[in-house]
Design a binder for this molecule. Structure first.
Ligand SMILES: [Fe+2]
Ligand SMILES: [Fe+2]
Length: 295
């Protein structure tokens, strides 16, 4: 496994966008739904360093192979966010540091407690790293699937090429997380039990907890609410089910089913003239409490 992982880390690189024609978007702009998804993806890619903060307080930081990967992972995700930001800028929309600063200003108050929660969890169980590696694999599978669905729905040659390059790197992230997860899950029944429990109880699509619920619901409904999207979710569930101890969870399908009702709320807001997602936060977005009642 070491050689495989060393080779994955060795191929890490900044996303190459030197020959991507961002100016093409001025002549053939993307539709509003695609841009709304891109704003979400830009913000979540840009949040990776904050996810890293939570991971490094766990015993994951004691494994040099894991920390080498996380360093490369964070760097690559940063440049994914920057590339998506270029697409937004080509449409006259804000991106990059200013937008990310706004996202971080509006994080829920409980975000400040996450490092403490991760520290405590790590003190309580040595299997926290197995949970994290598996969680990472699931997140990378869903992220890659979301980019594939967005490319298919937007049907724009420049965006498709950009997303194809990002998906290739996401594929390497998948390989690392899945290899590491498999090794840890195979080694310990307790790790399998804890990971299954944690995913079932706490997993939600990437970006939940950072992005407003209405934006998550829109993205999920737009990308995974149709027949092709459902097939994509089933593929993710098959990947997860092949990891030791995780058969039959239907994690992605179940999570999306729980959000489709919220997707109806998104459409209703659009019909009511609310411009979604152009401000990274919330003047126009309901609180979580309002959101629950609306559904
Ligand atoms: Fe990424
Ligand atoms: Fe990734």
């Amino acid at each position: 496994m070491r050689t495989d992982i060393d080779s994955l880390i060795g191929r890490s690189a900044r996303l190459d966008v030197g020959d991507i024609d961002f100016g093409a978007f001025r002549h053939r702009p993307l539709d509003d739904d695609t841009l709304r998804c891109l704003r979400y993806m830009h913000d979540v890619e840009g949040h990776t360093a904050c996810y890293l903060r939570d991971l490094l307080v766990t015993r994951a930081h004691r494994d040099p192979q894991v920390t080498a990967f996380l360093a490369c992972w964070c760097y690559e995700e940063h440049w994914h966010g920057e590339a998506l930001g270029e697409v937004l800028r080509a449409h006259g929309q804000p991106a990059g540091a200013d937008r990310l600063a706004a996202v971080r200003r509006h994080l829920p108050r409980r975000d400040a407690l996450r490092p403490l929660a991760f520290t405590l969890a790590s003190a309580l169980t040595p299997h926290i790293v197995a949970v994290h590696m598996t969680w990472g694999a699931v997140n990378e599978w869903t992220t890659q699937a979301a980019y594939a669905r967005l490319a298919a729905k937007a049907d724009h040659p420049v965006l498709s090429e950009l997303l194809r390059r990002i998906m290739r790197q996401e594929g390497r992230h998948i390989d690392f997380y899945a290899l590491s997860a498999r090794a840890r899950l195979e080694a310990s029944p307790a790790a399998r039990r804890l990971t299954r429990f944690a995913l079932r109880r706490y997993w939600a699509p990437v970006g939940s907890g950072v992005m407003p619920p209405v934006e998550l619901a829109f993205l999920v409904t737009h990308l995974f609410g149709d027949v092709e999207g459902r097939a994509s979710l089933a593929r993710i569930d098959r990947h997860v089910g092949r990891l030791p101890g995780l058969a039959g969870m239907d994690l992605a399908t179940t999570a999306v089913d729980g959000l489709l009702c919220d997707g109806l709320l998104c459409d209703g807001r659009r019909e009511a003239g609310v411009e979604p997602g152009t401000s990274s936060r919330p003047i126009s977005q309901p609180s979580q409490e309002e959101h629950r009642h609306a559904c």
